[in-house]
Write a protein that binds this ligand. Sequence first.
Ligand code: BGC
Length: 460
Amino acid sequence: MMTKSNPGLSRRDVIAVAGLAPASALAAPKPAAPKPAAPEAAGQTKPAAQAKANGGQGGFLWGVATAGHQVEGGNLNSDMWLLEHLAHSPFSEKSGDALDHYHRYAEDIALAAKLGFNTYRFSIEWSRVEPEPGEFSAAEIDHYRRMCAACREHGLIPALTYNHFSAPRWFAAQGGWENPEAPALFARYCEKVTARLGEFAGLASTLNEPNMGLLLQWILPAPVLQQMRAAMVDAAKAAASDRFSAIMFGRQELMLPNLLAAHRQGYAAIKAGPGDFPVGVSLSLIDDQPLGPNSRVADKRRQCYEPWLAAAAADGDFIGVQTYGRARIDDKGQVEPPPGAELTQMGEEFYPQALERTIRYAYAATHKPVYVTENGIATEDDDRRIAYINEALKGVGACLADGLPVRGYIHWSLMDNFEWVFGYRPKFGLVAVDRATQKRTPKPSARLLGEIAKSGRAPS
Ligand code: BGC
């Protein structure tokens, strides 16, 4: 149950916290100055060089995030769509038209800019771009190119996610990330996308939370994990394949080496250009805290984070930190939140202090600049979102004050959206969406964080 026990900081306090950062700490690597584009074919976008400079001055990134499948709608060719439509689907509802962001991206990008942000993180839907193996759609790549151009025109830095969980059906039918060919397939897709989008990009994550499937082994009870496996069997039948596998649902031990190689090869493909912008991997980092004697925290870290933190350190210009809360780990595993704890709509403890701790953990493990590429809370109570943001930013401020190279804070999410198997019930958005009319209504938290974004930019 939500309580009002945590009053949060005032808006002025938060701006002061954001202002803790010395200008040197706030200075991010200058995002790629977009080169003039090649002469444009009819219907294509204008060169990004004409963009306004709002977000392009090399300051701290204040952003909002979405992911294709969660907002676009009609993502028919993806493995997630297929899973949603199984007779015994693990999804509580279907994504359907989602927020129709595929068609309404221009107004959504304009809204993010108007609210005061300088960065928009969004993902490219691989299944649109490569609907059949090796068959790339120039028109769909240009859709994302237009999104990038719209960001630049509104002074927003496009922060691209090349894969945010969903993948083409054909890819899943070939074994998904369990398939040893997956890294090469992913790298080829990265190369094709970067060829058209690289000149616009300001930041990129290869993979979004590739460690999530590993974490679920710690979070979910065994029967739920079994149901997820069972869904793979049904999906294989539906896809006329005997090895269908989707991220999070498949066999993690087989996926891990391929996902690590996919990050490495994807990183190289994106860095080959065009463009010159930081590329890294965004990890789900829970603030794991030991409880009692013989806590298994070290086991969890070894399984879920360490391989990925090593990959980020070896092949990456930054570490993307994505944190929502904490987990307490005893000698058996993860335990329930403390009795009486305030819970979010995801059933997790309200614990915004987690972010400071995971930033410190990620930096200590990688010595790479940190971008918070996701942080947020599922709640119907926007006052609690405000309290959460205030507290989380206090942690970012403390890290900056200690000289840690935190380069940006990107909130999840711009809008209430499709929360995977949980459907549309959890509300992570700064902006409410009436899905009957697709009307967007900014919540007070959107105004608050937008104001912080405006005021919190590093002095030039
Ligand atoms: C994912 C998002 C998701 C969010 C909230 C992250 O794990 O990247 O896709 O919506 O958390 O659960």
